[in-house]
Design a protein around this ligand. Structure first.
Ligand code: PLP
Length: 411
């Protein structure tokens, strides 16, 4: 009988979100009159920008329902969207990225998860800790992670702890990885790297033949001049970095599904005979084989975000969430909590008070303030002792959550 990929069996069940759902579900059953405010899951709440809706209608209804109909599109994305991305997200900001280095997909998660296909099975991977779980789990599936140890770490993965002690800035590893995942602004900690801090990583990758998988899903939240929105703002990054971007948090496309990956021609990996291959060619091959392109309708919606109206509406949505983040930051600080992130990011990383564990603080917030966060320990061992709150909510709910925390938390 056919056998399974045993690596899948190594993955622990995704205990975190199911356990949160179980606890919240049973709390709601026993407290039917209480309004629970959900600030745990990183999903947006505002509706789609109007420009995207109009783009979808023009693309879907008008174009596809008449003799201008067309079917399969290019796997890498339609030219109109790739060009809009190249112009607006890169070249007008002085960043050199060509349209044919941009690969449109159905969201950053799939691209990040699929990217592992193109590297050798013994590739050594480094991740920051705490971490967006997809980087780790996709490498477990690919058989690169080794065994899960008692401390929650995988034996072949190099962990880069990000803690209050190091200002959430990972130290360069002593053991050299081949593939380094960096996510800035960071999920879950909401912290960022400055230009010079990111430059150290680019220089390190160049010196050590490593590739950086840079996840900038939250770049739209950056306001500080000294915080790069794209890794290609850093000199030399075109030689060593791949960048993943998403329309999810910028434009409320979590349900629409759209993202893109930039793979510059200069990024190389070794062949077994010692020669080098541009990984752009491998990614193109992978995508043209296993992917048939993001929905044309959704791509039309995405392209419309680059019109003047689209840009204004996206900026309005981001500004709305930023106000929530500011409300949370100042309110939680006034309540005596120690909090990180939240200024260039929709995530607030809260230090649990009085030595509580992540889950104890989760239970406390749910029982006392009726607020749902995400226990930091679910993102990796260094997340223990923290809890993540998100700014993706209404102003009213955010203000209500802050007021509950301020009145119930006695620190
Ligand atoms: N990268 C990070 C760091 C995320 O937090 C998320 C979603 O929460 C994603 C990627 C996935 O984005 P998408 O919705 O485009 O798949």
């Amino acid at each position: 009988m056919i056998r399974i990929n045993e690596n899948f069996r190594k993955l622990p069940s995704s205990y975190l979100f199911s356990e949160i759902a179980r606890k919240v579900g049973s709390y709601e059953v026993s407290h039917p009159d209480v309004k629970v405010i959900r600030m745990g899951i990183g999903d947006v709440t505002l509706p789609l920008p109007r420009a995207a809706v109009e783009g979808v209608i023009a693309g879907a209804i008008d174009e596809l329902s008449s003799d201008t109909f067309h079917g399969y599109g290019p796997e890498q994305g339609h030219d109109m969207l790739r060009h809009a991305i190249g112009e607006n997200d890169y070249r007008r900001r002085g960043i050199n990225v060509a349209d044919d280095e941009i690969f449109v997909g159905d969201g950053a998660k799939s691209d990040i998860g699929n990217f592992v296909d193109i590297f050798a099975s013994d590739t050594r991977v480094a991740v920051t800790d705490p971490v967006y779980p997809v980087y780790v789990d996709s490498n477990v599936m690919a058989g690169r992670a080794g065994e899960l140890l008692a401390d929650g770490c995988w034996s072949r993965i190099i962990y880069l702890p990000c803690t209050a002690e190091n200002g959430f800035v990972p130290a360069l590893p002593s053991e050299v990885p081949d593939l380094i995942y960096l996510c800035y602004p960071n999920n879950p900690t909401g912290t960022v790297l400055s230009r010079s801090q990111l430059k150290e990583w680019v220089d390190y990758a160049r010196a050590n033949g490593a590739i950086i998988a840079f996840d900038s899903a939250y770049e739209a939240f950056v306001t500080d001049e000294d915080v790069p929105r794209s890794i290609y703002e850093i000199e030399g990054a075109r030689e060593v970095a791949v960048e993943f971007r998403s329309f999810s948090k910028t434009a409320g496309f979590t349900g629409m599904r759209l993202g893109y990956t930039v793979v510059p021609r200069e990024v190389m990996a070794l062949n077994s005979d010692g020669t080098r291959t541009p990984i752009r060619d491998l990614w193109l091959r992978r995508q043209t084989t296993k992917f048939n392109g993001a929905s044309y309708v959704v791509q039309c919606g995405g392209a419309a975000l680059y019109t003047p109206q689209g840009k204004t509406q996206v900026a309005g949505n981001i500004a709305y969430y930023r106000e929530n983040a500011e409300m949370l930051l100042s309110g939680l600080r006034e309540a005596g909590l120690t909090v990180y992130g939240g200024t260039n990011s929709p995530y607030i990383w809260v230090k649990t008070p009085d030595g509580m564990s992540s889950w104890q603080f989760f239970d406390f917030l749910l029982d006392t303030c009726h607020i749902v966060g995400t226990p930091g320990c679910g993102f990796g061992p260094s997340g223990e002792g923290y809890l993540r709150l998100t700014a993706f909510n209404t102003h009213e709910n955010t203000a209500e959550a802050v007021s509950r925390i301020r009145s119930f938390l006695k620190i």
